[in-house]
Design a protein around this ligand. Structure first.
Ligand SMILES: CCCCCCCC/C=C\CCCCCCCCCCCCC/C=C/C(=O)SCCNC(=O)CCNC(=O)[C@H](O)C(C)(C)COP(=O)(O)OP(=O)(O)OC[C@H]1O[C@@H](n2cnc3c(N)ncnc32)[C@H](O)[C@@H]1OP(=O)(O)O
Ligand SMILES: Cc1cc2nc3c(=O)[nH]c(=O)nc-3n(C[C@H](O)[C@H](O)[C@H](O)COP(=O)(O)OP(=O)(O)OC[C@H]3O[C@@H](n4cnc5c(N)ncnc54)[C@H](O)[C@@H]3O)c2cc1C
Length: 664
């Protein structure tokens, strides 16, 4: 029935003020107002219609993305939207495209690595979108190993130019978003060679296409790398390939904030860490963590609302059946994901703070916190995107058969989201960076250098290596210090075991390669500790709103205890908990699920998503699922005619058994 809220009973059960929770979720009243206003604006503008995406051909989808992106830019300019509003517009538009790479990587790369002069020249064009840029780092043969890139930029002192060249097929740039068909420019990462010496990978601004007719400049071969996973989905993006054939650019197009090449061809390295050339990746990894909470929240919102609508079994005397959300198995799969969405939100807020702090320090030439910022952005990007990808797929299963329908919104969400486990650094490769950082920290214990920041707990190694958890009853698992101690002790003991095993190898690098799998597990344990500790810090802070804090506490402990349950092997093998304490944790989890149950729909309403953004028949705000599933089905082109195309050609001859005889 139109206009009826099928989830009204669920909403009436809520024990907290949803509007207050919306502010907590958004981060502030201001952030909520912006998000709420822009999402509704996008939802009502026909240009941003997206329900027809799956049926578009690649070319139609690409053109539709161009149309939406340019229209979004026009709105940003005409309505003088702020950066914050512009970014929200892009998010709610919900279609990956060249704008992401232009604003998300090209502009930041110039800001981070260009000199004042270069910024003035290039950003004035880029900020008006008179040039469109992308980030061309990955090559056909090398993505994870940035130091292994093969493209060369050789300085020619005669002409004061760099010669950009792709010496092999594997050196072709391959993957950059926006490169295939749209970008006029790119920040290209290539090996800098002066006077025959290789100085490693540096960034260069390179014009790729004519600003008059968009044709590739001579010496440049460029195109799209082809269809990717899923229909619609990430295929709106023109990920591209690029080859240089002795292509020349002026010397002043090398990004020279971190190091320089003089007119004579002399290379001058500055005294800043060379890793700052990776700065753009660090900034995007930070953004990806907040986006993980958003993607997971979308999936959880769909699965929660649908689980409250869907009924199976349990009917007594012909009465109504049980809502599937009431099954403990459903709760055991769904509520930890709901809790994770909130957890990633808060760790994302904290990471943004950490990133802002390290950026300010770098500007003041203070590099002390750079390794930690790198480890946190890499590790949390890895951990949250892996959990979110798995979570979206779990939400699809939580919706049963209907979750597999395109109109559930979940297949497309998964297809768009899952490459987050790979881009901006493969998730395993990134956890190994965390592991290196942890091994270094462990090796310095006792040296007088106290570990700080997220590794401060390692400074209490003596206690954490010996302590036994004091949990005696299920309620003890609601004690923040007991929860934290269990996670700290597990993370520390895993790291120390790895360090001990490493020390048995004469060659540290060889030892590291032998122990890769254990090192990744130790890194994940450390990252989970960070998320748990930031959630606990959040609930221990000031939180306004009727009943809001109570709900967040429940979610925080669900998050922590479900991790304990999932990684029980780690907790038991490190003696961080006993089997009895683990069983008390399971008991406490069940009790927390019961407390969350009446609030579940309201907790996903707090995300404030429009039906347009969710793009899901199953996750509709009004819960009016079944009539809308029919409506969607009837829109499918196969239902345009009762008798399908191909009937006379194939079905009829088959049934009548009168097809021509086969010849081999
Ligand atoms: C007017 C208003 C305007 C508003 C605008 C409105 C419009 C809005 C439109 C859009 C809005 C934009 C929204 C943007 C949102 C963006 C969202 C995201 C979308 C994403 C789209 C996908 C795009 C994808 C892009 C890419 O994938 S780019 C390529 C990424 N590639 C990688 O990540 C490669 C991974 N590999 C590496 O990073 C490195 O190779 C390595 C694995 C780290 C190894 O490096 P190496 O140098 O070999 O180091 P090691 O020897 O291992 O270590 C040495 C040393 O260095 C330290 N280290 C390493 N990395 C770093 C680092 N980054 N920082 C600091 N330190 C680092 C390492 O720890 C070691 O330290 P020690 O020596 O101390 O041990
Ligand atoms: C949708 C999408 C968009 C992208 N956009 C861009 C872009 O705009 N610009 C850009 O430059 N790039 C882009 N990329 C490329 C992306 O950054 C790389 O794909 C990514 O860094 C992974 O590198 P790879 O493909 O070389 O993977 P590989 O490194 O080849 O990984 C293959 C396997 O090897 C494993 N592996 C690799 N090294 C190690 C190791 N040292 N130890 C243990 N295991 C290892 C990995 O875990 C993985 O399982 C994009 C990729 C995708 C999918």
């Amino acid at each position: 029935m139109e206009g009826v809220d099928h989830l009204a009973d669920e909403r009436n059960k809520a024990e907290f003020n949803v509007d207050d929770m919306k502010i907590i979720w958004a981060g502030s009243r201001h952030a909520f107002d912006v998000s709420n206003r822009i999402s509704r604006f996008v939802a009502t503008d026909p240009v941003f219609e997206k329900s027809n995406r799956a049926l578009m051909t690649r070319k139609e989808l690409f053109k539709n993305t161009l149309k939406k992106s340019v229209y979004a830019w026009k709105i940003i300019k005409e309505l003088r939207l702020s950066d914050e509003e512009g970014i929200k517009l892009r998010i709610f538009m919900d279609q990956p495209g060249f704008l992401d790479l232009h604003w998300g990587m090209f502009v930041p790369a110039i800001k981070g690595q260009g000199t004042e002069e270069q910024q003035q020249k290039w950003l004035s064009l880029a900020n008006k979108m008179q040039i469109i840029g992308c980030y061309a780092q990955t090559e056909l043969g090398h993505g994870s190993n940035v130091q292994g890139l093969e493209t060369t930029a050789t300085f020619d002192p005669k002409t004061d130019q760099f010669i950009m060249h792709s010496p092999t097929q594997t050196s072709s740039k391959w993957w950059p978003g926006g490169l295939g068909k749209v970008s006029t420019h790119a920040v290209v990462y290539a090996r800098l060679i002066t006077n025959g010496k290789d100085h490693g990978v540096h960034g260069f601004i390179v014009q790729l296409r004519s600003l008059d007719d968009h044709s590739p400049l001579p010496g440049i071969t460029i195109g799209d790398i082809g269809m990717k996973f899923g229909n619609g989905a990430y295929n709106s993006m023109d990920n591209g390939f690029l080859m240089f054939n002795q292509f020349r650019i002026p010397r002043d197009q090398m990004l020279m904030r971190l190091s320089k090449v003089t007119r004579e061809g002399k290379y001058i390295a500055s005294d800043v860490p060379r890793q700052l050339v990776y700065g753009t990746m660090v900034s995007v990894r930070q953004t990806i963590v907040s986006k993980a909470s958003d993607a997971l929240a979308r999936a959880v919102c769909i699965a929660t609302r649908y689980s409250a609508v869907r009924r199976q079994f349990g009917s007594e005397n012909g009465g109504i059946e049980t809502q599937v959300i009431d099954y403990k198995t459903q709760q055991n799969r769904l509520f930890p994901l709901l809790a994770s969405a909130y957890a990633f939100r808060f760790v994302g807020e904290w990471l943004k703070w950490l990133y802002t702090d390290v950026t300010q320090r770098l500007e003041a030439s203070d590099f002390v916190t750079l390794p930690e910022a790198h480890a946190c952005t890499a590790g949390l990007k890895s951990m949250t995107t892996s959990a979110t990808s798995d979570g979206i797929e779990e939400c699809r299963k939580l919706c049963g058969g209907h979750g597999y329908l395109w109109c559930s919104g979940l297949p497309e969400l998964f297809a768009v989201y899952v490459p987050a486990c790979t881009y901006e650094g493969d998730n395993v490769v990134l956890q190994l960076q965390v592991a290196r950082f942890l091994m270094k920290t462990v090796s310095q214990l006792g040296s007088g250098k106290a570990p700080a920041g997220t590794t401060a707990y390692m400074g209490r190694a003596q206690h954490l290596l010996q302590c036994r958890s004091g949990v005696q009853k299920a309620e003890d698992w609601l004690n923040p210090s007991m929860v934290l101690e269990a996670f700290e002790s597990r993370a520390l003991r895993m790291a120390i075991t790895c360090a001990k095993n490493l020390s048995k190898f004469e060659n540290q690098e060889q030892g590291f390669s032998e122990l890769l799998a254990d090192l990744v597990e130790a890194a994940i344990a450390h990252c989970q500790l960070i998320v748990v500790s930031k959630f606990i810090a959040k609930i221990e802070g000031e939180i306004e709103g009727k009943g809001v804090k109570k709900q967040l506490k429940n979610l925080c402990y669900i998050y922590a205890l479900h991790l304990l349950h999932k990684h029980l092997g780690d907790f038991l093998s490190t003696n961080s908990v006993t089997p009895e304490q683990a069983s008390l944790a399971s008991h406490q989890l069940r009790s927390l699920y019961s407390q969350v149950r009446p609030n579940a729909v309201a907790l996903v309403d707090a995300f404030d998503y429009t039906d347009h953004y969710l793009g899901s028949v199953l996750g509709r705000y009004d819960g009016n699922v079944y009539p809308k599933l029919f409506e969607e089905a009837l829109k499918d082109p196969l239902n345009d005619s009762v008798v399908p195309d191909g009937y006379h050609e194939y079905i009829r001859p088959l049934i009548k058994q009168n097809f021509p005889s086969a010849k081999l």
